[in-house]
Ligand binder design. Structure first.
Ligand code: CDP
Ligand code: CDP
Length: 219
């Protein structure tokens, strides 16, 4: 029997990772945060002093980099990463790294390989359109940019970071633009994905809705 693959795509701050983690826990399946893999590459570039506009250097860096996702955690060259990949500095650069075709190719292969290991829920921008286009469990989670900015701001403040709401909304809008206009695997709803607007939904409501739909699709 084929593994269960649930794809959750959508823009920043829509609630993809929060919802995916909860569904993974409820169903007892693995969770893969594909965005964390792009963040890990970006983080390594910044740490190594590589100018992300120098595409060749970024591509070369990929060729000497190991990225993996084990037990719901991201590993970069064998080291588990945490909050260091969630800073505004990484966020503001990650979409420029993610638009480099060779970087996408490198991570796509890895994402498919990890995704095939077991039943899994993946969140990102191109899970339903490119990584696992054949899965029948596809969702596009969305919310207004204002609400997504507010959520992300609150999250960073709760973690003790000093941030300005307008900067967060601007970063989100800028990333939405770069992500949805890039040439390779842009952020777009797959034709057969179910769209969920979570602007005025609670986390529980979204989890219940998507879980019900997964059950129905599987019947
Ligand atoms: O958590 P947040 O929604 O802020 O972003 P993320 O899921 O961590 O993804 C960070 C960035 O990685 C996105 O803005 C995209 O540029 C890129 N990404 C991508 O291109 N394709 C994916 N499947 C996942 C993320
Ligand atoms: O992964 P993505 O960038 O799509 O979103 P996230 O990292 O899950 O962040 C969304 C933030 O909004 C989290 O702090 C959630 O607690 C909160 N939130 C949500 O995800 N969904 C709602 N319906 C309401 C709030």
């Amino acid at each position: 029997m084929e593994n269960l693959v649930i794809a959750i795509d959508g823009p920043a701050g829509a609630g993809k990772s929060t919802i995916s983690k909860l569904i993974a826990k409820n169903l007892g399946i693995n969770y893969i945060d594909t965005g964390a893999m792009y963040r890990a590459i970006t983080y390594k570039c910044l740490k190594s002093g590589i100018d992300i506009n120098d595409r060749q250097k970024v591509v070369d860096l990929c060729s000497r980099t190991e990225v993996d996702f084990v037990d719901n955690s991201i590993y970069l060259d064998g080291v588990r990463l945490g909050e260091e990949i969630r800073t505004l500095e990484v966020s503001s650069k990650v979409s420029d790294v993610a638009k480099i075709p060779q970087v996408r190719e490198f991570l796509l292969e890895k994402q498919r390989e990890i995704g095939k290991r077991s039943d899994v829920i993946l969140d990102g921008r191109d899970v339903g359109t490119h990584i696992f286009p054949d899965t029948k469990y596809k969702f596009f989670l969305n919310a207004s940019a204002q609400e997504r900015g507010r959520r992300r701001y609150q999250e960073l403040v709760d973690k003790g970071q000093t941030v300005v709401l307008e900067d967060i909304i601007e970063d989100i809008k800028k990333r939405d633009y770069i992500d949805s206009t890039r040439e390779v695997a842009p952020l777009v709803k797959a034709d057969d994905a179910i769209e969920v607007d979570s602007t005025s939904m609670t986390i529980d409501q979204v989890v219940t809705y998507i879980s019900d739909m997964v059950r129905r699709i599987g019947e």
